[in-house]
Design a protein. Sequence first.
Length: 337
Amino acid sequence: MLLHTLLALSALATPADTIVSADSAFKLMRHGGYTMIWRHAETDWLTQDAPGSPERAHQRNLTERGVTDARTIGMMFRHAGIPVGDVAASPMWRTRETAEHAFGRARLDTALRTLEATPAQKAIIAAKPAAGTNRVLVTHHFIIERHVPGIKPGMVNEGEAVIVRAVPTGIQLVALVTLADWEKATHGTVVATRATGPAPSAAAAAAARPAAHGALQLLKGGFSSLRLLHDDRFVNVMRYLEAYNTGEAVMRTFLERRSIADSTRPVDQRLETYRQLRAQLGALTLDGAELRGDEFVLQTRRTDAKDDVVQLTFRFEKADPYRMISLAFARPQTLAP
């Protein structure tokens, strides 16, 4: 804590025109007083916007990767203790959903979409955050390029951001946050999700994107959390672990939809093996994940016995949809697959 305070004070003492690293900027943001202007997360360029249409189907929308990145970045903010106050977004679906996936809310402001510069657009960009908080504006590249000193066309890609602060003359660039910076910042982030609204059904929970269910805990093997989450095989790994911990009905759905049929081991037989393993091991908690050649290896621990390590080794198809071919459980003594 003392080290973090000293680092923050040191950064605050730098000259006013100094641009700092993204990591340093995140430390500064723990004290509030900054605005992050964020270009929406990754989108599907196969669909183009229909001019003027408010319909989601007529707009370029987030990809699954974009959704995951937004959620992951929001988790990083919470885990790092960065206070976020006002969250505003362009009314386009890709911007509002980036904000909502990250921070759970978005105040829509047409000024963050207007193609022409307006006084309202300048005002929202230059506004100061409420005391002790940071602002987040989710918008488009041309808004950032138009208003942030030092930012030129092509410098901010989808999912990237600038961090600025208000100064008497307008705003000042503090940091540019690239995708590589996000990957570094989110590496090792521990997910602590908070449920809101009605609880989802077991089947819905198993089908949900793994980022909301513990996929980012202590990832090992040299992967950044974002990169590993984008591997469809890892998505299926996490869905298996969720099915394992949820129960037999969800496990049946997983085996039927996400594993290759085996005439020598029908689903009912595989479920019997699952019941035996579940009774012997209980629930499993993710400790780490690693890719070894063509195999994904999960390091888990028994939830009721933290010192009891259980290793799961998966093999998958080599092409989409990457269904599971085989799975082996191992402890100090190998269990039957």
